[in-house]
Design a protein around this ligand. Structure first.
Ligand code: ATP
Ligand code: MG
Length: 409
């Protein structure tokens, strides 16, 4: 039996990038032979094994055939007769369909190296269209390698467009989609992921709420870029430039969804978009079974981002309500992420990327002032139960008034 490194490990080595996870393909072996050598079987769907010592993945060479809708609709065929070339042709992109042996001899039947040099993301074969997840994967690779100058081949875009129009993307499970979406948002150029999905018509299928933002104008005085979709892409870009976590990036993507619902007569203003957007944010969250922390932050940022921008003008009582809504006493980190999302929103405007955002420190200071109100003296005064809560609120309000006066003096 022969063992080859495949996929990302080969691609990233040739690009001169660090290789983190290594996938291997085994040609000429049976499951029984693998087990006899101590490999541990994993993968309910395919014959994949973990190396007894290194824990790395070894998959038997296999061919695949589409037998129905969605990913479950695949039958595979693994046997010692399946060749390396046959295994490689079922892969998504030419740059992912190269293999190398221990001596670094490259097997590259589909010209992945040529496409690497030309900086092109190109599908390997028409079988690409058999798994709609590949639309998201290509967009994710575009987001990862945009900095190196990679773009999607025209004919691959055509296939992605056909797949999107066919409605097949609807057959993807929430789990598979979210895995790609969340990874793509953490890439260096997450805005490219959304842009590519939009260009091939997949965004309209997956997140019509985000797609609807393109072509919706905002007031030029606040938003020199005008278009709400372009603004959203810029906010995402900022979130990556500022190395924000997934929660913040997800909130950035969804913060303005309400603007897609504004009646045209009201353009370019978007009164109460913070509230109208909430049901859309909820729908997208649920569609992809998004993790709870991402769901929560997206909803809070959606509802309160304009509060963040107007922080210095907010009355002390409104400021207190904001802090209470975030439960800053038990969830300090979440409020920090809210502040970060607001700042990315402010910086995601054409020509204003470098402008300072004093609201951030102001909000941090307000949270600190509210948190520093001590409970002990109130307990000593005999407050308990709901009255204690009221007294605490009064003291916090006092503290915030003092803070506001001092900070804006
Ligand atoms: P990463 O650096 O993100 O791990 P990768 O290319 O190694 O990138 P994996 O998801 O680890 O991506 O998959 C390993 C290889 O398996 C890919 O390079 C590709 O050849 C193939 N592959 C994975 N998923 C698919 C798919 N849905 N359709 C076709 N080929 C796939
Ligand atoms: Mg990999």
């Amino acid at each position: 039996m022969q063992v080859y490194k495949v996929g990302g490990a080969v691609r990233d080595r040739l690009l001169g990038l660090p290789v983190t996870d290594v996938d291997r393909v085994v040609v000429g072996a049976t499951t029984e032979e693998m087990l006899a050598q101590g490999f541990r079987p994993v993968g309910a769907d395919f014959p994949v094994f973990l190396h007894p010592k290194t824990g790395e993945e070894y998959a038997l060479a296999r061919t695949e055939r589409k037998s129905g809708r969605g990913y479950g609709g695949f039958t595979f065929y693994a046997s010692p007769e399946v060749t390396l070339e046959e295994d490689l042709i079922r892969r998504d992109l030419t740059i992912n369909a190269m293999a190398e042996d221990d001596q670094l001899n490259l097997t590259d039947p589909y010209h992945g190296q040529r496409d690497l040099e030309a900086r092109i993301l190109r599908h390997v074969s028409p079988a690409f269209a058999e798994d709609p997840l590949r639309v998201l994967r290509v967009a994710r690779f575009a987001a990862r390698y945009a900095g190196l100058g990679f773009t999607v081949a025209d004919e691959t875009m055509d296939l992605m467009r056909q797949l999107s129009e066919s409605g097949e993307l609807q057959a993807l499970t929430a789990e598979r989609s979210w895995k790609e979406i969340s990874r793509a948002l953490m890439e260096d150029h997450p805005q490219v992921f959304i842009q590519v999905l939009r260009d091939c018509g997949a965004l309209k299928e997956l997140m019509p709420e985000v797609d609807a933002l393109f072509g919706v104008p905002q007031p030029e005085t606040h938003h020199p870029e005008i278009d709400t979709g372009l603004h959203t892409l810029s906010v995402l870009e900022q979130s990556s430039l500022h190395k924000q976590p997934l929660t913040v990036r997800w909130a950035c993507l969804l913060h303005d969804l309400g603007k897609g619902l504004t009646p045209e007569e009201e353009w370019p203003r978007h009164i109460a978009h913070e509230y109208t957007g909430l049901k859309l944010i909820k729908a997208v969250n649920e569609r992809f079974k998004v993790p709870k922390d991402c769901q929560e932050l997206a909803l809070l940022v959606g509802q309160y981002h304009t509060h963040g921008h107007r922080a210095l003008e907010l009355k002390a009582s409104t400021l207190l309500e904001l802090l209470q809504s975030f439960d800053i006493y038990r969830r300090p980190q979440r409020f920090e992420e809210f502040i970060a999302a607001c700042e990315m929103d402010a910086r995601g405007r054409k020509g204003l990327e470098q402008r300072s955002y004093p609201q951030a420190d102001y909000l941090r200071g307000a949270a600190k002032a509210a948190r520093e109100v001590a409970v002990q003296p109130l307990l000593e005064q005999g407050f308990k139960g709901p009255e204690l809560g009221e007294a605490l609120k009064r003291e916090r309000l006092k503290a915030l008034k003092a803070y506001k006066e001092a900070a804006t003096a």
